[in-house]
Design a protein around this ligand. Structure first.
Ligand SMILES: Cc1cn([C@H]2C[C@H](O)[C@@H](COP(=O)(O)OP(=O)(O)O[C@H]3O[C@H](CO)[C@@H](O)[C@H](O)[C@H]3O)O2)c(=O)[nH]c1=O
Length: 352
């Protein structure tokens, strides 16, 4: 079947994996990647697909209503996978306006453009909104999990903006019958992640023997999922999920930050031929993140039971692959860690 699918934020970390999967797996689909190319958007993430005949890149801003209307008309878009977002919690603490603009107004703008273009003919159309488990707030260390019924309780400006965007998507479904689905995923890791996030930041710092800034006492817990498994879940839900539903996506793979950091240190040291534990000395406990959520853990049984998806990669294998990728792609890392990044890094971590 021929389809015209708009993927927003396709030059970002998760977006680039979704674009790669769809371009390769669905030669009959036309994949339009819309990205504003902010600091985190990088066309180098898509070098291997940029010349494929079913792939088109468009530089643009999801907040630009006229541009979005023209885009829907020009490509006669019938499906949207919306990943474009500001995603880094620490940045949201310093600059909440940007998060409200992109994540809330950007999502609303896209919803309106899609609603206008589809004009009530919902059959065969779909708006898949990609969100986060952070909207659910924080869990204690008691084994409980976020389910699709968990009440929203966001704490950071980032998660507040994502929660708001999720509410707009559901409001469009409930008010207009708009064909939307929402997914909330846990922490992703893998190739092409911007090195402000824990795993690529620490791999790069270990390589350069720079301090590893552990927030607080390193006791916060996150659930980690390999990014290609997330992309497969999106493929499954985009095609077979039910309108108006929410699906949680997670790895059933909880790690305390400090334990995860030790695994990364061991893996990088081994692959660089350094003595075991040599880089442990780089661990530096720093001031905690304001409002730092203690624990995220997600129950993705609904997705497994209804649609048969489950993570395919064991964490040990995923981390090994990820570390190897960053060490083998130092040029990619060097390109994005020059200029503006260096200023951000200094501001963020000097004297923290
Ligand atoms: C960057 C950094 C992070 N941390 C801690 C904070 C968190 O407890 C944990 C992971 O941090 P981050 O990599 O920033 O990810 P986190 O805040 O959990 O949020 C991620 O995961 C979310 C899904 O849970 C996504 O919605 C977000 O977009 C994504 O950024 O490591 C440190 O201890 N030191 C650091 O330098």
């Amino acid at each position: 079947m021929k389809r015209n699918i708009l993927i927003t934020g396709g030059a970002g970390f998760i977006g680039s994996h979704v674009v790669r999967l769809f371009v390769g797996k669905y030669p009959d689909y036309r994949i339009i990647n819309l990205d504003r190319l902010t600091y985190a958007g990088n066309l180098a993430n898509l070098r291997d697909v940029e010349n494929r005949p079913n792939y088109t890149f468009v530089k643009g801003d999801i907040c630009d209503y006229d541009a979005m209307r023209s885009l829907f008309a020009e490509y006669d878009i019938d499906g949207v996978i919306h990943l474009a977002a500001e995603s880094h919690v620490d940045r949201s603490i310093r600059d909440p306006f940007t998060f409200a603009r992109t994540n809330v107004m950007g999502t609303l703008t896209l919803l309106q453009a899609a609603r206008e273009h589809w004009n009530g003919a919902w059959e065969g159309r779909r708006f898949h909104h990609i969100s986060t488990d952070e909207v659910y707030g924080a869990l204690p260390f008691d084994g409980t999990l976020f389910t699709e019924q968990t009440r929203y309780d966001p704490h950071s400006p980032y998660s507040a903006s994502k929660a708001s965007s999720d509410h707009f998507v559901r409001a469009f479904h409930d008010t207009y019958g708009f064909p939307a689905v929402v997914t909330n995923c846990s922490n992703n890791y893998g190739p092409y992640q911007f090195p402000e996030k824990l795993i690529p930041l620490f791999i790069n710092n270990i390589r350069h023997e720079k301090p590893l800034p552990v927030y607080g006492r390193g006791e916060n817990v996150r659930d980690w999922l390999y990014v290609e498994d997330h992309a497969r879940a999106i493929d499954t839900i985009f095609h077979r999920g039910r309108d108006g539903e929410t699906y949680n996506i997670g790895g059933f793979n909880e790690w305390r930050n400090i334990d995860l950091i030790r695994v990364i240190i061991r893996t990088v040291d081994r692959l660089l031929g350094r003595p075991e534990g040599a880089s442990e000395k780089l661990i530096t406990y720093v001031t905690d993140r304001a409002g730092h959520d203690l624990r995220y853990a997600i129950d993705s049984r609904k997705l497994k039971e209804e649609l048969g998806w489950e993570p395919s990669l064991q964490f040990e294998e995923g981390i090994e692959k990820t570390v190897r990728w960053y060490l083998a792609n130092q040029e990619w890392m060097d390109d994005i860690t020059s200029g503006e990044y260096e200023r951000y890094y200094q501001e963020m971590y000097t004297g923290r």
